[in-house]
Write a protein that binds this ligand. Structure first.
Ligand code: ADP
Ligand code: MG
Length: 605
């Protein structure tokens, strides 16, 4: 007979096909994976299941109707979702600074002077240093002519257009020029201001340092502490303008964030405010061993998110949403770029934020309904067989070199799952919030991509810097030569290197910065969760009692994640590594394989 194991995950539906011969031996024939159609556990999954089955059977030149039995996983009734709450906000209370990274500023150095509009230049009779502001109505030829002809003491230029280099090349006396200042008309006229343009390849050093600003503007100690938010938000910029404004300034305020209330089964509860940050939140989560539910404060971001998640799951499991509970939560501190309120050139400040992944749990998913409908459509017996975590461990045991007690870490899209199978055949399992899609969301936010598809690519593939049309430097320092010239649009760009193509990333972050952000996010999500998950399934809660861990799931295909976990677990003397299901499938297909294998023990019991 021929049987199929079908594992419906949040992201991927995995299939395994095996034949059982007359002697009762099992031979694996084929496997396949397709994207899950619809939310896991709903009848919408059937489309994907059929496609996957067709795919796998075709590899053996068979059809779905040649199957004798389909075994579905008892999918865990959990779904994960993520949200982000910003907890600081930078507000410019008066127009006082411009700091940004125009592609092509010109000149270099610091210049201090009074701001004057170019049209008013002729009226300036004094010899004091001046900074000339040029609105976009004036082109570079005319601008350069005016400046060259002027006999005033002009020390720097602020342009609205993107023409710094064009003007600079035409100047008889070279001065620093900052351009692309969109909000130039909001810069005050007749005020003392400083501009700074960094040397090539460098970032500004004076205006990003509070003492630098203090020296330029002759500030007192208390005035200096007031400019800290300004200097802080100018760190890493290639050019900047700061205008001294006695009554204006910038402030960083804390936004009122929501609170979380964690409830345990014995009615004890702990409340923690989001703005206390991730470690306080995770301390609260850890302090409650038998978490029953988590509530978010009404009318706040977290509150809305937790409510929305419950509603989503209640729709599909047909349970009233008050029967659903938040079973886990992972909070992470991050910085997200947010537009500075009142900024003049679209400046952003890296605001503190807390990102949250949460897991909603229902009593049961309507898997039997799904099984019945599938059976009716394909006319083959369909059985819901076995708990996902148990199946995953059975499948994982086909990895060479493993022995009992064996733990698995299943790194999926929506959740990080762990299970432990001991010598007595007992299994403990847990589903924790935060996995692959949380990592993707964090990359998207922190790198200011606003493009989840791009974030997914950056998560999976290495980066490179295109140095010339014939060569690029990979993030590990390796230099790659191309025989044919690269498309000019890639020149000097950071690119994602996929198997098929080079995709430019439009960003002002350096390659090194992007690599660091990517690795830190993976570490914060998966290493944290690996430890949390193993602690929950370990004998006596001590992960040193787990001898070996097999890492499974889509996120185990990542270039970095399994190694990060391995390194951490080495500290506990645990043998850990990426699974290789049936010595063939890598970290994929464990549950589907387990579903097929468990048939034998059930059939011949
Ligand atoms: P599920 O069991 O929930 O369906 P999967 O095991 O299919 O989830 O894992 C899905 C996750 O795996 C997604 O977050 C996806 O980004 C990630 N993933 C898939 N392939 C790769 C890869 N080659 N490198 C890194 N991550 C990957
Ligand atoms: Mg899975």
């Amino acid at each position: 007979m021929i049987i199929a194991g079908v594992d419906i995950g949040n992201s991927t539906t995995e299939i395994s096909i095996a034949k059982i011969d007359e002697q009762g031996y099992m031979h694996f024939l084929a496997s396949a994976e397709v994207e899950t159609t619809g939310t896991k556990g709903t009848v919408h999954n059937i489309k994907g299941i059929k496609e996957g089955l067709r795919h796998a059977m075709l590899k053996e030149r068979l059809q779905i109707r040649d199957l004798d039995l389909i075994r579905l996983n008892e999918a865990a009734p959990v779904i994960g979702d993520t949200a982000m709450e910003t907890i600081t906000e930078t507000i410019i209370t008066d127009s006082t600074m411009v700091g940004h990274n125009p592609d092509t500023p010109a000149g270099q150095g610091v210049a201090l002077g009074r701001t004057v509009l170019i049209k008013d230049l002729v009226e300036v009779r004094h010899k004091e240093a001046i900074l000339v502001m040029v609105p976009k109505t004036m082109d570079y030829e005319f601008c350069a002519k005016c400046i060259n002809a002027a006999d005033q003491n002009i020390v720097g230029l602020i342009l609205q257009r993107d023409e710094a280099v064009l003007v600079y090349n035409r100047l008889s006396k070279k001065i620093p020029i900052i351009d692309e200042v969109d909000g130039i008309d909001q810069l005050p006229v007749g005020k003392l201001a400083a501009i700074e343009v960094a040397a090539p390849g460098m970032t500004i050093k004076t205006l990003s340092n509070p003492y630098g600003i203090a020296k330029l503007f002759d500030l007192s100690a208390s005035e200096t502490s007031a400019v800290i938010p300004i200097s802080k938000s100018l760190i890493g910029k290639k050019s900047a303008v700061v205008v001294k404004n006695t009554d204006g300034g910038m402030r960083e305020t804390k936004i009122k964030a929501g609170t979380l209330t964690l409830k345990s089964h014995n009615e004890k509860s702990v409340t923690v405010s989001i703005d206390e940050g991730a470690s306080a939140i995770m301390e609260a989560v850890r302090s409650i061993k038998d978490l029953q539910d988590i509530d978010g404060e009404h009318d706040t971001y977290v509150g809305d998110m937790l409510r929305r998640m419950k509603e989503n799951l209640s729709e599909l499991s047909e349970e009233a949403s008050n029967h659903l509970t938040i079973s886990d939560l992972l909070a992470i501190d991050t910085f997200v770029p947010v537009k500075v309120k009142g900024a003049l050139a679209g400046e952003v400040a890296m605001e503190k934020a807390v990102a949250i992944a949460a897991m909603v749990q229902a009593d049961k998913l309507p898997m039997n309904r799904l099984a019945k409908q599938l059976e009716a459509q394909v006319n083959i017996p369909v059985k819901v067989a076995g708990v996902e975590a148990v199946m995953a461990v059975i499948g994982a045991m086909t990895t060479k070199g493993t022995k009992l007690p064996l733990a698995i870490l299943d790194l999926g899209g929506g959740s990080t799952d762990a299970a432990l199978l001991d010598e007595k055949g007992q299994v403990r399992s847990i589903h924790l919030a935060g996995a692959g899609s949380f990592v993707t969301m964090l990359i998207d936010k922190e790198l200011r991509l606003d493009n989840p598809m791009m974030a997914e690519l950056i998560k999976r593939h290495p980066l490179a810097k295109v140095n010339s049309l014939y060569h690029m430097t990979m993030e590990n320092g390796e230099v790659i030569f191309h025989h044919k010239p690269l498309p000019p649009k890639l020149y000097a760009r950071v690119v994602v290197v996929t198997d098929e193509e080079l995709i430019p990333i439009i960003t002002d972050l350096s390659l090194e910065r992007m690599v660091t952000v990517r690795q830190e996010i993976k570490h914060k999500v998966f290493v944290t969760n690996a430890i949390r998950a193993l602690e929950k399934v370990a004998p006596d809660g001590n992960i040193r009692h787990i001898p070996n861990v097999v890492i499974l799931g889509g996120s185990a295909l990542d270039q970095e994640i399994p190694e990060l976990i391995q390194q951490e677990l080495a500290n506990y003397n645990i043998v850990a590594g990426r699974g290789d299901i049936r010595g063939l499938m890598g970290p994929r297909n464990a549950v589907a394989t387990g579903l097929v294998m468990s048939y034998l023990s059930e059939a011949f019991r």
